[in-house]
Design a protein around this ligand. Structure first.
Ligand code: NAD
Ligand code: USQ
Length: 392
């Protein structure tokens, strides 16, 4: 299959490009290095040393495997660039990771909120128009987020819910209550994608993914130059990845608030499997479908305890601390999200275990001299804008 991977320089995009290339697909990637530039802006960096550019990574891939990964360095908000890539590559499927993915980054201030929503919504609109005009048969596999739903006090369905109201009923999109301007950008995308499927007959799979953890995939292990990025700082690191780095360097595990925040989680190798399953089982013309993409749910306190135990076993002593929560979110809540559609397609989950956490410790230990310790503690407050108003 000819697969266009948008955001191919990122944590998940690079791992996906290699995985699908090795399975015989023709791969082309697009990235504008936004993620690298945001790290420069914040004085942070990937724990793993990634090569200097996407072409350099593609060259290393070719040397190791003999396989090609095509590269376009460019911005997806640039309509002419998107149009050119679609015309030249004629994708049969598009895996769209190419967005600004951090909730805290989107909450820094007005500029960062506006940038996040503009970047993400415009990228996706450009992709939808390119599909409609150039490759209307192609399948869009779009990375959304479980955070679109928030934490409602009812079970979360996979995208749609049957509602009975005043004697009538319908199946409608599940209500959304996201927790950051970033998560909101994904809701806006979902509405735009659903609309494009309805009006133009496009086909799309919206993968509402949970929090991803893990450093290694079969492909990253082939050669050190093929590592994917791995972040642990307050803006770009996600919960379990951060806790593993914290355990290795002896930093208290930063549980925000009461630590009862519960989310869906999955191993990076299962992200690859899920995307492949979606690609191999495309929706019908005009169909917009939603899969909840995670394998297990944990509260922050449960994750911290798992990491504490694995650390102890590994000869490391670390304890959780309950730091003031920089976010505005429910710290104790009901959470039960359905996630059967990918299992029905054949997903074989790699569940979180002490062995897996210890193997993450082992990889992190190799790079621990690269950790920038003063970028670990949370600094970005959801209430930051309000505080500056009070100061005035
Ligand atoms: P990432 O930042 O590492 O990857 C995104 C890539 O897209 C980056 O390399 C970035 O430079 C590129 N990009 C962003 N805007 C662009 C633009 N305008 N033009 C060209 N390239 C652009 O993030 P990730 O963790 O790999 O996440 C990939 C996707 O999956 C994101 O859409 C994210 O919202 C979603 N997601 C991630 C997780 C997770 O835990 N990592 C969980 C759920 C959903
Ligand atoms: N948290 C802590 N301590 C930390 C870091 C996070 O307690 O050191 C808590 C947060 O307060 C939150 C939960 O852990 O309650 C998850 O936070 P996170 O930073 O791991 O993940 P999140 O901000 O939700 O974003 C990440 C990705 C994003 C993706 C999302 C999936 O960065 O791209 O969309 O996970 S989901 O959470 O399902 O929406």
């Amino acid at each position: 299959m000819r697969i266009l991977i948008l955001g191919g320089d990122g944590y998940l995009g690079w791992a996906t490009a290699m995985y699908l290339s090795r399975r015989g697909h023709e791969i082309h990637t697009v990235d504008n290095y936004l993620r690298r530039r945001m790290h420069e802006e914040n004085g942070t960096d990937s724990l793993t040393p990634i090569l200097e550019s996407l072409p350099a990574r593609a060259r290393a891939w070719k040397e190791v495997t003999g396989l090609e990964i095509g590269v376009t360095e460019g911005d997806l908000t640039d309509w002419e660039l998107v149009q050119r890539v679609f015309e030249e590559f004629q994708p049969e499927a598009i895996v769209h990771y190419g967005e600004m993915p951090s909730a805290p980054y989107s909450m820094i201030d007005r500029d960062h909120a506006v940038f996040t929503q503009t970047n993400n919504v415009v990228n996706t609109l450009n992709v939808l128009f390119a599909m409609a005009e150039i490759t209307p048969e192609a399948h869009l596999v779009k990375l959304g987020t479980m955070g679109e739903y928030g934490t409602p006090n009812i079970d979360i369905e996979e995208g749609f819910i049957e509602i009975h109201h005043n004697g009538r009923s319908d199946v409608l999109p599940f209500p959304k209550m996201p927790g950051s301007f970033y998560h909101l950008s994904k809701v806006h995308d979902s509405h735009n994608i659903h609309f494009a499927c309805r009006i133009w007959g496009l086909r799309a799979t919206d993968l509402n993914q949970g929090v991803v953890y893990g450093i290694e995939t079969e492909e990253t292990k082939l050669d050190e130059r093929l590592v994917t990025r791995f972040d642990y700082d307050e803006l770009f690191g996600t919960a379990l990845n951060r806790f593993c780095v914290q355990a290795v360097i002896g930093h208290p595990l930063t549980a925000y608030g009461k630590g009862g925040q519960t989310r869906g989680y999955l191993n990076i190798v299962d992200t690859l499997q899920c995307v492949e399953l979606a690609l191999l089982n495309p929706p019908a013309e005009g169909e917009y479908r939603v899969f909840n993409q995670f394998t297990e749910q944990f509260s922050i306190n449960e994750l911290a305890e798992l990491v504490r135990q694995a650390a102890l076993h590994h000869g490391l002593k670390v304890e959780p601390v309950h730091v003031e929560n920089p976010r505005v979110e429910a710290e104790e809540h009901y959470y039960n999200a359905k996630h059967t559609k990918l299992l029905d397609l054949g997903l074989k989950p790699h569940l979180l275990s002490e062995t897996l956490i210890e193997s993450m410790f082992a990889t992190i230990e190799r790079y621990k001299d690269r950790v920038i310790v003063d970028r670990i503690a949370p600094r970005t407050s959801w209430r930051g804008v309000l505080r500056s108003r009070v100061r005035r």
